[in-house]
Design a protein around this ligand. Structure first.
Ligand SMILES: *Cc1c(COP(=O)(O)O)cnc(C)c1O
Length: 344
């Protein structure tokens, strides 16, 4: 079989043998009746880590974010988020569908929302205006190249939301990448947020699952919404066991994904057909091709050589490192990137 280096996303990882063994040995029960001990252990472990009261295991990050939006708002409210954010760009407009709210997508500083941006965008209380009820921030930012909030940036945006009586949700699909890169601890940042969504199936490498964190009674309400969305699952401790395993073994190693992403960045810097690169902070590398290079053609040439990547916006390409990308895979990618220079 031809070797494929898949840099399309960190969602493409396959469970390791250790993870599969943990899944096989999971003690399970019916989670709709709240009787799966492994799910409960995972929910409690993440809640404790981030200093929250309770957790809720969800099938996907999209469902977890959508439940959070639904539970923080009422119809005719509005949420503020960055224009590049996942909740705005990639969740099918679910905020309108599930929650009947408006969205105010603002242009942050490379995806980072500031206290000033929040304050400028909170609407006055008027009968004819949607009511600003929620802000969503994303850390690390997916579409903005895996960049991270600093502790001070999170503190400021959280304080601003609280001063104005609006809720703040963290889309932490890749929060562990951000924590590793910025050397922050979960309990340092958890209390800044009313709710947090944490994906297990990205950098942490499980087959599926996202945990939503928040206050106990708010999570109780979230459980009802999860059921209404069809996300109540039965012996799902099998997946929660993968999550617990990932917390034990796949968090510290995220630093390796970041090192390999920086290696890709330095390789790209030496290529004539690369115009610019978003500075790499975590495991996502986004770069712009020179004007005369067609991104679709670039992607297909890469693929012909066994390296999968995705076109991302007009002239950009995204590469994502993950659990299944080792040093030889990066070396092979380097060879291909250099070789296709003459084919473009
Ligand atoms: C992947 C991702 C999600 C959730 O995606 P699912 O595919 O539904 O699990 C949410 N937010 C961000 C920033 C993501 O990258």
């Amino acid at each position: 079989m031809k070797k494929i280096v898949n840099l399309i996303s960190d969602t493409v990882t396959k469970p390791t043998s250790g993870m599969l063994e943990a899944m096989m040995n999971a003690e399970v029960g019916d989670d709709v009746f709240h009787e799966d001990p492994t799910v409960i252990a995972l929910e409690n472990r993440l809640a404790d880590m981030f200093g929250h009261q309770a957790g809720l295991f969800c099938p996907s990050g999209t469902m977890s974010n959508q439940i959070a939006i639904k539970c923080h708002t009422r119809p005719l409210d509005e949420m503020i988020c960055d224009i590049h954010s996942h909740v705005y760009q990639y969740e099918v407009g679910g905020y309108a569908f599930h929650s009947q709210i408006a969205v105010n997508p603002v242009r942050g500083e490379q995806g980072i929302l500031t206290a000033e941006l929040i304050e400028e965008n909170i609407k006055d209380l008027k009968d004819w205006l949607p009511r600003t009820r929620l802000a969503v921030i994303e850390n690390s930012g997916n579409r903005t190249g895996g960049n991270c909030y600093s502790l001070e940036q999170m503190r400021a945006v959280s304080a601003s939301c609280r001063n104005h009586g609006i809720k703040i949700h963290l889309d932490g699909a890749r929060i562990f990448n951000a924590l590793i890169a910025t050397q922050l601890k979960p309990q340092e940042i958890g209390p800044f947020f009313d709710s947090i969504s944490i994906c297990l199936s990205k950098g942490l490498g499980t087959p599926a699952g996202t945990v939503l964190l928040g206050p106990k009674d708010w999570i109780a309400e979230s459980r009802r919404i999860r059921k209404a969305m069809g996300g109540g699952m039965r012996q799902v401790g099998i997946l929660a066991a993968a999550g617990l395993y990932a917390l034990d073994f796949h968090v510290i190693r995220l630093a390796e994904d970041h090192r390999r992403a920086r290696k890709l960045e330095s390789i790209l810097r030496g290529l004539a057909y690369v115009e610019s690169i978003t500075p790499v902070q975590t495991n996502i590398v986004i770069f712009n091709l020179a004007r005369n290079v067609n991104p679709a053609e670039f992607v297909s040439k890469m693929k012909a050589h066994g390296v999968n990547c995705s076109a991302f916006g007009k002239q950009s390409i995204r590469l994502v490192t993950h659990l299944d990308i080792d040093d030889p895979a990066i070396d092979y990618t380097e060879t291909v990137l250099k070789k296709i220079g003459s084919e473009l």
